[in-house]
Design a protein around this ligand. Sequence first.
Ligand SMILES: [Zn+2]
Length: 272
Amino acid sequence: MKKILFADKDSDLQMDKKEKRDSPEKKGFIIEALSSVIGKQGEDIIKFLDAEKYINEFIIAKKLDITINQTRNILYKLSEHGLVSSIRKKDKRKGWYTYFWRLETLRTLNFLKEIVKKRIEQTAQQIQSREIKTFYVCERCNIEYNEENALLHDFTCSECGNIFVLKDNTKTIKELKKNLEKFEKQQEIINIEIDGEKEKGNKKKVKEIKKEEKEKVKKRMEKKKERDLKKKKEEKLAKKPQKKPAKKFKGKNKKIRKHFKQKTKKKVKKKK
Ligand SMILES: [Zn+2]
């Protein structure tokens, strides 16, 4: 059985503990992933989400100082991408459901990994295009045209009438390459964090499996004990078959038996 942790009060949050657990890189990645879905609010909401326990949405709303509906909208958006998950609990007194939310770290990291992968592909494509193709620019308006468009415009700026000059791509390419390097490094660290997260998950699973295995063995032993006891009883009975063991009446049966006894007694009396 999986143990589910809930945070139902402010004091259950204990965010400082969490901060000690996560590396700053990982925290940054998670914020970036959340922000790519919900914008700047990603930075705020991460402070009140936890990967280990489910947090009451009313606490999150209170901490963010927004309404419960606004909070839910944000969290639904995140859950659409699997970055958070929820469990609902019915309030027995009020009869409505309260949702408890948890951060899905591994899915969030994988989500960011895909974003970075796309960035890398796009940047590589841009570099290639800059290296192969020629670009023109109006230096006055700083508007750039590729070769086809420059030709269409007769190499003259439609805004100011200036003649285009050939764009020197070296600076742009250098910048793009720098970005590519940055993204690739980021990808590497994300992969390390993903591996770490998977390992953590595996360790947890192994622990759970071991626990289950232990419980199974315990149950098996108990069943064996029962079987042995039954066997012993049967063996005892087999030794003295002449005596049929008196049926023991328990609880309700006892009452019925008593009732029967009295009835038969009365019948006997009547016959006399
Ligand atoms: Zn111009």
